[in-house]
Write a protein that binds this ligand. Structure first.
Ligand SMILES: C[S@@+](CC[C@H](N)C(=O)[O-])C[C@H]1O[C@@H](n2cnc3c(N)ncnc32)[C@H](O)[C@@H]1O
Length: 199
């Protein structure tokens, strides 16, 4: 897994933007809003080698719909092979609304992001966050992570401001030390942009 990750990082550092997959500890924290009951629609953005995928699958135990949206086919193909219940779309997360609609869904109950926000230009961050708030159910939860060491760097501060603009509630989780590098999770609730607004 680490070999694949590093190889893809070297191939396209600005899309992968990390040299190692996230840890199981971070996966446990970032997927914690996935409900243990019901049949939720859970979307994972940028699953890479599947660091969060296993945790989502574990929480869902076969319920609901787990959609992973990954732009890199070399990550997507092995994931689809490893998790028969996972629906993998090879697509840019900016097109989340269309990807969900193709599957007969208009909303997602939980969106878990592995996207490398700090590697994105401002307009790209905005497009991706708009894609998230455009489909998140009013009672839904969006989680995403950042690295503690770069928390106060300008792209990370910009992200935090954009989250505040788009969600009524943004809660920062505790530092997950058992991750390389140490990381933290944002738990975002109550999107300010009305879900299902016209594209
Ligand atoms: C930092 S890696 C994280 C992988 C995994 N979630 C983890 O935490 O180990 C970022 C992932 O996002 C994917 N990615 C980057 N931009 C994307 C986009 N616009 N749409 C979908 N996936 C994207 C990359 O291909 C890569 O798999």
């Amino acid at each position: 897994m680490r070999g694949t990750f590093l190889r893809e990082f070297l191939r396209d550092p600005f899309t992968v933007a990390a040299i190692a997959p996230s840890s199981a500890s971070l996966a446990t924290v970032i997927t914690s809003p996935v409900p243990r009951e019901g049949a939720p629609v859970v979307v994972e953005l940028g699953p890479g080698t599947g660091a969060f995928t296993a945790a989502v699958q574990h929480r869902l135990t076969g319920r609901g719909h787990h959609l992973a949206v990954e732009v890199n086919e070399r990550f997507a193909r092995p994931l689809a092979a490893r998790y028969p219940r996972l629906d993998v779309a090879v697509a840019d997360a900016r097109h989340l609304r269309e990807v969900l609609a193709d599957r007969g869904h208009q909303r997602a109950d939980v969106i878990v992001s592995g996207l490398p926000w700090v590697a994105f230009a401002p307009h790209r961050q905005d497009d991706l966050l708009d894609a998230v708030t455009g489909v998140l159910a009013p009672g839904g939860v969006f989680t995403t992570f950042g690295y503690t060491f770069s928390r106060w760097a300008s792209p990370a501060r910009r992200l935090r401001g954009s989250l505040n603009d788009r969600f009524e509630e943004v809660v920062t989780g505790r530092t997950v030390w058992a991750n390389l590098p140490p990381a933290f999770v944002y738990f975002c609730r109550r999107p300010r942009v009305p879900a299902l607004s016209p594209a």
